[in-house]
Each structure stands twice: as structure tokens, then as C-alpha cells.
Design a protein around this ligand. Sequence first.
Ligand SMILES: Nc1ncnc2c1ncn2[C@@H]1O[C@H](COP(=O)(O)OP(=O)(O)OP(=O)(O)O)[C@@H](O)[C@H]1O
Ligand SMILES: C[C@@](O)(CCO)CC(=O)[O-]
Ligand SMILES: [Mg+2]
Length: 330
Amino acid sequence: MVVSSAPGKVYLFGEHAVVYGEPAVPCAIERRARVSVEARDDDRIRVHAEDLSLNGFTVEYSDDSDGGPDVDVAESLVQAGIGYIDAAVEQARDAAGRPDAGFDITVESEIPLGAGLGSSAAVTTAGIDAGTRELGVELSAEEVAERAYQAELEVQNGEASRADTFCSATGGAVRVEGDDCRAMDAPDLPFVIGFDGGAGDTGELVAGVRALREEYDFAADTVESIGDVVRSGEEALAAGDVAELGELMNFNHGLLEALGVSSRSLDQMVWAARDAGAHGAKLTGAGGGGCIVALDPTDSTQTALRYTPGCEDAFRAELDTDGVRVEDEE
Ligand SMILES: Nc1ncnc2c1ncn2[C@@H]1O[C@H](COP(=O)(O)OP(=O)(O)OP(=O)(O)O)[C@@H](O)[C@H]1O
Ligand SMILES: C[C@@](O)(CCO)CC(=O)[O-]
Ligand SMILES: [Mg+2]
């Protein structure tokens, strides 16, 4: 049995535009998904995922009965929910040259699902790491990142960047531009996260931006402008200029809003953070609902968010310099 964990992330800058080759800077945060994998004697897969509830049912997915999953919801919904784990299993089998390997899998996560904190990348990354180790293969963080990217690409219908998976696999702050992924020096940043309790579907939101970009030249220009904001952000990061970083985060949020991926509750939380004196605030991840990230070294933003309509939870997040790692091996 192997347990591996991997961190979630916030985007300082660049989500969505990174899908079209602009640079992005995600930062790993100390909230992890843990995946435990135990090889079976047969070729079956059994998944226990406490946090994945579909229409209120916790998922206990198994392909070992002829009736499919033992939950009372449509199988297509379960397949959608379980897609990242399925794809991680395929990657682990492929890496080990064991196409028929069967596993019992348990997923536990501190990362809200579909909320822009990279839960899918963390689960996929940890799953591939644990699955390959259980089969006696040790991959480097970069190899896990590559396979996790292929898995996200598959589940998100060919629409994914390397940003979330590389960040989750290596930890820390990273810079991703196309296939070029590298670690970045970053000062300790005072992240505050606001969560509206909701979720957005990454695949659908990415497809929406793609359609806008194809329909309107100014939408394509907006995507390029996000790239310009990221390049300025890199300079501010190198200079440790937190006030400038905040300004640029505000700008980045405005451009994402223009691309239609914000929501009323995300905007309400962004404004609450700015009114409370945060250096800046923006949505993080795919959007549509979920989380915002603000920079504020004081408690003001967290307190203000707690009283903001539409905000369900507000918490601090520390940069996690650790990427994917083994927690337990028997
Ligand atoms: N704890 C978990 N257990 C099982 N599956 C999970 C878990 N967490 C995430 N997933 C999978 O990831 C999906 C959510 O991924 P999605 O990319 O839409 O959101 P996200 O990764 O949280 O946010 P973003 O991509 O915007 O950062 C879930 O529907 C589920 O398939
Ligand atoms: C929206 C997006 O840029 C980030 C999702 O966390 C999609 C991706 O990069 O794959
Ligand atoms: Mg995701």
C-alpha cells in the first residue's frame, strides 16, 4: 500500500491565457489531496472518494460488479466525477507496463472540488505517484507532472495547460509558458482565500473562453493582455513589490471578468477584499464560482470576507514548497 499526497494551488496570474501559450504563475498552497493505492490480485479498480459527492451521494465506485457503480445516480455523472482518477490509473498502468493492474484506491482531500484551487491536478498527481510506486516504479516529479498533464488533457477534452499539474508535482511558485515549466523564486506572500461554496467546470469554462476568442478579436487581445500583466507581475515578484503585485492582480481579475469567467459571488468577494485594504484580489483557477485569492498581511480581508454575502469560508494559505510526496509505504 502506498499513500502519496500533492498540493493544490492558487494562480497569482495567468489562468485561462496559459491555455493559449501565454505565461502563468501558479503557487502551490499547503492544502493537499492524499491518495492511497493498494494493488489487487485481479484487474479491477475500486475507488472510495469521501469528498466526491454527486447529488449528495458519496461515491463508492467499483467496476467489479456487472451493475457498475453502487450509487444511486446516473452512471455518466459518476464517470465524469471519477474521470481524473481513472486517467491517473491508466497513466500508472502505462508507466509500469502493467495494463491489467487492479487497485483499491482511497482519496482524501483538503482541497474543495472545482473551486479553482487545483483539486483535479492534486488528485491526479498524487494518484499517479502512489499507483506507480505501488507497482514498483519510481518517477521523478517532472515525470509525474508530464503524465498528470496527459491525464488532465484527456479528461478536459484536449483543453489543459501544464500549469496546475506541474505546480502540484513540484510545489512552490512556478512559471509555465507552453511546454516550458520552471521553478520561480517567490517571497512569502500573504495569501487570503475566499470561497463561495460553489464550483465551476474547468472544461466548460475553458471552452467558453476559446469560443469568445474565436468570435471576437478583442477577446483574443484580452487573452494577450493577460500575458502582458503576467510579464509585469514577474518583475514585481522578482522585486518583492507586494503592492505592485496586488495592482496587477486587480488588473488580471478585470480581464478575466471580461472573458466571462467570473461570477457575482467571486466579484463580491474581490470587492470586499479590496475595500478591506488588500493589496489586490482576483479569482483563481477556472472561475465560474469557487475561490478568490487576495494579498493582505493583516486580518482585515479575512474578517471582511466572513461578513460578505456569497462568501462561505475565508482562510489563509501558505506557500507549499513541497510538491508530490510519499506519506506512507508498506
Ligand atoms: N477529493 C476528490 N476525490 C475525488 N475526485 C476529486 C477530488 N477532488 C477533485 N476531484 C476531481 O476533480 C474534479 C474537479 O476538477 P476541476 O478541474 O473542475 O476543478 P479544480 O481542479 O478544483 O479547479 P481548477 O481546475 O479551476 O483549479 C472533480 O469533479 C473530480 O472529478
Ligand atoms: C483555466 C486553467 O487555465 C486553469 C484551471 O486551474 C485551465 C488550465 O490551465 O488547464
Ligand atoms: Mg482542475
